[in-house]
Design a protein around this ligand. Sequence first.
Ligand code: CIR
Length: 250
Amino acid sequence: AIVRTPAPSVVNGLRSDASAMPDFETVAREHHAYVAALRAAGLSVDVLPALDAFPDSVFVEDPAFVLPQSAILLRPGAPSRLGEREEIRGALIRHFGNIAELSEGEYADGGDVLVTPKTVFIGLSARTNRAGAQALQAHLQSLDREVRIVETPAGILHFKTASSLLAEDTILCTRPMAQSGVFDGFRLVVTPEGEDAAANALRVNDIVLLGDRFSGTLALIRELGLHVETLATTEIAKLDAGLSCMSLRW
Ligand code: CIR
């Protein structure tokens, strides 16, 4: 996996609730525990240096999209984040060799891309436009992946803010996402009332990482027989982020 150490400027990251001021030391602690959890789940982790000029650069999932065989440099839809693509280019080339990239006018955030064994979902959102989604779709189709471009429910930052893959045919998602029908054909685990933020969980090898304040969701995932590790995500959540956002995995 690739991650990036949070910079002190992370407290100035984009967020929908301006009054929820995150604390840098706590973000750093949450990030540290997250990296340890990825390693404990069996990943080798490349930790990139902090970038104070880019407050949201700790969320490395957004400027790139990776599969085991290839990487594509995206074009994040938030103007303050666009420069993050050049900052991650070197690491992608180091790990993948040749990389593809989106062109001018094509915007997509990695947080809008949900990979399942059967289908890759690309959610249109305030960050991902149709041109970006279609360019990414063409790239994925050239790798023989089936792609569906879908709508992200209104008011949701990223498609994966409200959904994650728990197992080959099982998706954890919020009720509005379940009711949208986008995941018809999958087995769904729906986050209980008040736990929408739990939907951005992260399956890594045999372990599901989940925020530590979602007891209802924890019980539902355990009922599936999956092994869950919980992590503190309170400060990261103030930046509208969850567990998938802080790494690129392949
Ligand atoms: C942003 O608004 O871009 C950051 N504050 C949060 C990004 C979260 N990333 C993700 O869900 N993939």
